[in-house]
Design a binder for this molecule. Structure first.
Ligand code: PEP
Ligand code: MG
Length: 560
């Protein structure tokens, strides 16, 4: 028996035979060509591009069907890379200058770009270019007419091990009977990982395991409750981690009630929300309906999309977040040339600059409010003036609708995301101008620590239990109570068991999480004592070592 370290990013338990998956088991040919062969090689490149684009569009459609539109946007990034004129030119120039075959040139360009990213960590090229490796491999496979013949067959109900995966791997593995996934690389925001979350299996990242330790007769136990990744477990430890009974009430061991909301882009019927014991939809990221579109949706199209969701969920409320586009949320419609998109014209800034786009969305949302209970949420607010300006535009939309005799709820509550450090510092100024706060922990961590949430090179430091994060969260929850402002915690910290416990200890009582996380977190909550957690949190707020702080909560999770 061997216990490994690793971080569960999706919950659950699984037991099965191990399989070590290795990608790209083909070699890339490299040979010299003559000047006369250049046109032929360039034509092959062009043909491979066309073929790859068709395949990516198909993969995207398939991913939308299997995993949903949010996950499928990974393929938009790959398609954008394939269409990138800069890269295409670089490849052609390399071919002409080096007089090497097309496959070798693609490999040279991809390696050069990735090396540059590693050396400089340029955010502007950042996450988009992380997909380059996968796109290059697809292109080379097409140049070689290489079909993914399966050179392996996976054991039934296996736990798949790999160093890392690319989106194309996830697509080719999605129909296999895999009950768990263990990756040695630790990058929870990598596109392949986002896609793999849709497989609804426990996923562990950053596992300290080597290929030699996983043979074909190794059996593996995964259990997010105890944080265990065990190779060849003894039978006793297995039975201890069998899933316990379904729990319905969201109450802690010492009687503290918690509200669970759903983070969802789907049309969710009220019956489902009720079954999950949720309060409503706590976060609908409206950009999800824009990401696959070539142009902005019209007011009518948006109205239909919001109305469908509002009516299905009624009487439960739904929080509609206005466009959070730009940054890592690349969309064809925003042809941004931002030198630094994470800090550029994104989310509310984009909307305040493009008021027509914003007002169209606000009108559509207001119109949907006549069919159920909605709340409007502004993303990436950095200070009160943005909030005031957004509210002014909202009031203008209300007036216009009134004049046109169109029905809407005049008292739609308005909230802002607290996810930028400057918003955290000015909560007193924000409070009088909105009716609720949603904390976006993904961005709060990213911007407080100045660490790209998608960059695996910094994932070691990207610790959600960093004292600066805990202190910011404490400040937010205390301010919410001082200003009588309802506050709901969203993002990864709300859905991962250990960080959920931290936030409970800090005082948060409302969480917006994914559907699959609710049953498990309810179980965790049932076993946890808020009194204990407050004590551990007090220590964590003063601690200097975030890794140890997080360990305190993981250990607590293992013993309750
Ligand atoms: C967040 O930042 O935590 C959040 C909920 O929003 P998004 O992940 O869409 O940026
Ligand atoms: Mg955010």
């Amino acid at each position: 028996m061997l216990e490994l370290k690793g971080q569960f990013i999706t919950q659950g338990s699984a037991y099965g035979p191990a399989f070590w998956y290795e990608r790209n088991v083909f070699s890339i040919p490299c040979f010299d060509i003559t000047k006369e062969q250049i046109p032929h090689e360039l034509a092959r490149l062009k043909e491979a591009r066309k073929k790859t684009k068709k395949q990516l569009l198909l993969s995207k459609e398939e991913a939308v069907r299997t995993f949903g539109p949010k996950q499928a946007k990974v393929f938009d990034i790959q398609i954008a890379l394939l269409d990138d004129p800069y890269l295409e030119q670089l490849e052609q120039e390399t071919l002409v200058k080096s007089l090497k075959n097309a496959e070798a040139c693609l490999d040279i360009v991809s390696n050069r770009c990735l090396q540059k990213i590693k050396e400089t960590c340029i955010v502007k090229t950042g996450e988009r270019y992380l997909e380059l490796e996968d796109v290059t491999i697809c292109l080379i496979k097409n140049l070689l007419n290489y079909t993914d013949k399966k050179v392996f067959s996976l054991p039934q109900d296996c736990i798949l091990f790999a160093e890392k995966l690319e989106p194309s791997d996830v697509m080719s593995l999605k129909d296999e009977k895999i009950v768990g996934l263990v990756l040695t690389e630790n990058c929870f925001a990598a596109h392949a990982v986002i896609l793999a979350r849709g497989m609804n299996i426990p996923i562990v990242l950053g596992a300290d395991v080597k290929k030699e330790q996983v043979s074909h007769n190794t059996w593996v136990q995964l259990d997010s409750k105890s944080g265990a990744v065990v190779l060849n477990p003894v039978v006793a430890s297995l039975t201890a981690s069998l899933p316990s009974q379904e729990i319905t009430d969201p109450i802690s061991k010492d009687g503290v009630c918690v509200d669970f909301w759903l983070t969802s882009g789907s049309v969710l019927p009220a019956e489902k929300i009720e079954l999950l014991g949720a309060k409503g939809i706590g976060l609908f990221r409206s950009e999800e309906i824009f990401l696959n579109q070539p142009v902005f949706l019209s007011e009518e199209e948006q109205f239909q999309a919001y109305k469908d969701r509002v009516m299905a969920a009624a009487p439960y409320p739904i929080v509609l977040r206005t466009l959070d586009i730009g940054g890592d949320k690349t969309a064809d419609i925003v042809k941004s040339k931002d030198p630094n998109p994470f800090l550029g014209l994104r989310a509310i800034r984009y909307c305040l600059k493009h008021q027509k786009v914003f007002k169209t969305q606000l009108r559509a949302m207001l119109r949907a409010s006549a069919f159920g209970s909605i709340r409007i949420l502004y993303p990436m607010i950095s200070g009160v003036m943005e909030l005031i300006e957004a509210n002014t535009l909202l009031e203008q939309c209300k007036k216009e609708l009134q004049q046109q005799g169109i029905a809407f709820d005049e008292n739609v509550p308005v909230g802002c995301m607290i996810e930028i450090p400057s918003a955290v510092c000015t909560l007193d100024q924000l409070a009088p101008h909105c009716q609720f706060w949603n904390v976006g922990t993904n961005d709060l961590v990213q911007y407080t620590l100045a660490m790209d949430r998608t960059n695996s090179q910094v994932s070691h430091w990207h610790n959600m239990a960093h004292p600066a994060i805990l202190r910011s969260l404490k400040w937010i929850v205390d301010s919410a109570s001082n200003f009588n402002q309802p506050v709901c915690l969203c993002g990864e910290m709300a859905g991962l068991a250990a960080t959920f416990l931290i936030c409970l200890g800090l005082g948060f009582r409302s969480f917006s999480i994914y559907e699959d996380q609710i049953p498990y977190l309810k179980q965790v909550l049932h076993r946890a004592s808020i009194k204990d957690l407050s004590k551990i949190t007090e220590d964590a707020l003063l601690a200097i070592d975030a890794v140890r702080s997080l360990d305190l909560f993981t250990q607590y999770l293992a013993v309750i």
